[in-house]
Design a protein around this ligand. Sequence first.
Ligand SMILES: CC(C)(COP(=O)(O)OP(=O)(O)OC[C@H]1O[C@@H](n2cnc3c(N)ncnc32)[C@H](O)[C@@H]1OP(=O)(O)O)[C@@H](O)C(=O)NCCC(=O)NCCS
Length: 182
Amino acid sequence: MRIEKENIVIRSANVDDAIQLNKWWNDGKVMEHAGFPKGLGQSLEETIDEIRNWEGKLSQLCIIEIDGKLVGELSYRIKGDGAVYPGWKICDSAYQNQGYGPQIIKLLFEFLFTDNNINSKVPINRIIWDTMLENKRAQYVYENKIGARKIQIKENSWQDQLGNWRSSVDYEIRKGEFLNAR
Ligand SMILES: CC(C)(COP(=O)(O)OP(=O)(O)OC[C@H]1O[C@@H](n2cnc3c(N)ncnc32)[C@H](O)[C@@H]1OP(=O)(O)O)[C@@H](O)C(=O)NCCC(=O)NCCS
């Protein structure tokens, strides 16, 4: 897939992105928000395998480029019931807090709800994602800039890499809610 708007590009990852993805995934500062404060500790070969595992599927692993620079990644998993489970991170901190996150998320949602290839196979009706309770910036962005509905807070619902119990906040947006709010 490829989405392009002004200086933002979202495109499917390929093996040429492996070195950059491997750096990010092994960086505890980048991965903390996903529960891996020590990073994934993944070899380059494992990263290449993971990229290859996403290839040729409706669900995709993608790279985010701004001004031609690789600044982050996102992925989305499409389920047969029309729900999509995405995740995203602007990994290059110089590109955080610049207003890019909401633009990227809205471009992705518009694509998921309207792309003919995806919707002819699985009509997408809702997008569901979560964040950590501590990630107040993400919650602020989802509630105030995306118009997402907070579904529930799941207290102590999962253990991070260090064995600490963590809480998550679930969000959802339905096709009609998103398209009508544009
Ligand atoms: C979360 C993320 C997508 C947000 O995108 P972004 O481009 O940085 O967000 P924006 O610049 O549009 O907005 C950030 C807003 O959060 C606010 N903010 C910053 N820190 C905050 C905090 N601790 N609590 C509440 N709000 C905060 C800012 O003031 C700003 O709001 P404003 O524009 O009204 O002043 C992005 O920062 C990111 O990818 N972060 C790293 C990984 C991550 O957290 N991914 C999401 C996991 S679910």
